[in-house]
Design a protein around this ligand. Structure first.
Ligand SMILES: [Cu+2]
Length: 152
């Protein structure tokens, strides 16, 4: 009796381990952001501000950077904010560069929501072709929260 109980427990444990290992690993991969490596190039900060109801903006809303620059978005007030780019408004090849440069994206060219005060999100423009990258904040696009980043 005791032996039977032990073996069935052991079998259950083996099954449970074997079955969960893969999904646990992929969950960890999906949920845990990769450790943020220090950006290699220059870092330019953009504040995300608002009053929570009628006013929201990127500050600055227009900026010019060199390719390889990291743009650091900071949730200053009136969040949640995020940054997303219009697929049809960025240069050819820009989407591929941004897919690599936007960790933990919620969707194509769509950064995660920043909900905590002073939460930051880095977009790396490594290998980004020159041109204008037009973006917006998903929660506040109706309030005109737009940004235009020119890569020189
Ligand atoms: Cu916003």
């Amino acid at each position: 009796m005791r032996f039977t109980l032990f073996t069935s427990l052991a079998a259950f444990a083996i099954v449970a381990c074997g079955g969960d290992k893969k999904s646990a690993a992929s969950q960890a991969e999906a949920a845990t952001p990769a450790p943020a490596a220090a950006p290699a190039g220059a870092v330019v900060e953009v504040k995300m501000t608002g009053n929570g109801t009628s006013v929201a903006a990127f500050e600055p809303s227009k900026l010019s950077i060199k390719t390889g620059t990291t743009v650091r978005f900071i949730n200053v007030s009136g969040g949640p904010h995020n940054v997303a780019f219009y697929a049809d408004s960025i240069p050819k090849g820009g989407a591929d560069a941004l897919k690599k440069g936007m960790p933990n994206a919620m969707g194509d060219l769509t950064g995660p929501f920043l909900t905590q005060p002073n939460e930051k999100y880095d977009v790396a423009f490594a290998g980004a072709p020159a041109g204008v990258y037009k973006g917006f904040c998903l929660p506040h696009v109706a309030l005109g929260m737009h940004i235009a980043i020119t890569v020189q």
